[in-house]
Design a protein around this ligand. Structure first.
Ligand code: SAM
Ligand code: SF4
Ligand code: SF4
Length: 333
């Protein structure tokens, strides 16, 4: 039976954070002054094993789960991630298994991920200009490394999408060069409005470039863009196509929220279920997992959490930010 929340939204998509650590320090996500040597990351013993993650996913398949997305933190710093994908793939040939990554470590692991049965990859890339990329990500890596990994993934036949967070005064001027780079590869790109997630990035409405503003900028360069019907109502990106056929999406959590069809739950690296990206608390299921709960018991626990879900944060947000909010690197982006 399909799980439905208070607003009749099904649970179709589980985002699984496999680690709260990362090899970048994006200013909008893990600013170095907060995520430095004094920051306490989860101890290894708190982090769910691959077997525990697989147990959770298996318990949700009968109630309609159709997609999992491995994320973090940076999922590729979790050792042997391909083995988790292998185990998930063994559950069902139909399960959509996606990965969101900054792609620093993608080149070396891509063949293993492919063999393990990954369905698709989303690569985060905020700029093609090296200085802008390095400043936003607080990294010494270069966009060329990321473009190379995209090319390697495509060469293996793995569908790739690119995600770009746009911050006012920082990288709007990268929108056109990014579209040009991705069009030449036939890779859809999605521009994300900078969100007020977490409590460390000093988010302010003035730093947001809205989807509408981005579309105006894009139309000046490429002419009118046409909106495309979504494949599924729960798709987070609103997609458009340019006259030459490039696909451009916008994730407008701030200016055009999409809570009405939100069918996503998050599983944090330490085994808590969060029913919204902006939740201030999760529901621990590691406890019952480690007491050898059966699939039926896990499913029952998650059903009871989901059936009480009323989250629609993006539709009700105000400019006031909540200091208790959980960091995206912890909850899973
Ligand atoms: N480390 C991986 C990566 O960057 O792709 C996966 C985790 S990251 C938290 C997932 C996505 O969240 C990335 O595409 C990132 O750009 C986005 N993100 C992080 N903080 C954000 C914010 N404040 N507003 C909008 N998107 C954000
Ligand atoms: Fe790391 Fe991804 Fe957050 Fe950047 S957005 S700091 S790559 S988790
Ligand atoms: Fe879903 Fe929460 Fe985002 Fe709304 S704010 S779309 S309920 S995760």
């Amino acid at each position: 039976m399909v799980l439905k929340d208070v607003f009749k939204r099904p649970l179709l998509d589980l985002r699984i954070s496999v680690t709260d650590r990362c090899n970048m320090r994006c200013r909008y996500c893990m600013p170095r002054e907060h995520f430095d040597n004094n920051h306490t990351y989860l101890p290894k013993s708190d982090i769910l094993s691959f077997e525990e993650i697989v147990h959770v996913v298996e318990s949700l398949l009968p109630s309609g789960l159709r997609k999992v997305r491995l994320t973090g933190g940076e999922p590729l710093i979790r050792k042997d991630l391909h083995k988790l994908i292998q185990q998930l793939r063994a559950l069902s040939p139909e399960l959509d298994i996606a990965l969101t990554t900054n792609a620093h470590l993608l080149s070396n692991s891509i063949e293993l991920l492919k063999q393990a049965g990954i369905s698709r990859i989303t690569v985060s890339l905020d700029a093609v200009d090296t200085d802008v990329y390095q400043a936003m990500g607080d990294t010494t890596s270069t966009p060329d490394t990321i473009l190379d990994s995209i090319d390697k993934s495509l060469a293996l036949g793995i569908p790739v999408k690119v995600n770009t967070v746009v911050q006012k005064g920082i990288n709007e001027h990268q929108i056109i060069p990014l579209i040009t780079q991705m069009s030449s590869r036939d890779v859809p790109i999605r521009f994300i409005e900078y969100m007020d997630v977490g409590a460390t990035n000093s988010w302010n409405l003035d730093h947001v470039v809205t989807g509408k503003e981005m579309r105006t900028l894009i139309e000046k360069e490429f002419g009118t863009i046409q909106s495309i019907e979504p494949d599924h109502p729960s798709d987070v990106a609103r997609e458009y196509t340019t006259r030459s056929g490039s696909v451009i999406g916008f994730i407008e959590s701030i200016s055009n929220p999409f809570c009405g069809d939100c069918s996503r739950a998050r599983l944090s690296a330490n085994g808590s279920i969060f029913t919204c990206l902006f939740a201030t608390k999760g529901f621990d299921i590691r406890g019952i997992l480690r007491m050898d709960a059966s699939k039926k018991e896990i499913s029952k626990a998650i059903s009871s959490i989901w059936s009480q879900r009323k989250d629609r944060y993006s539709e009700t947000r105000s400019e006031k930010t909540d200091s208790e909010r959980i960091e995206m690197s912890f909850i899973g982006g």
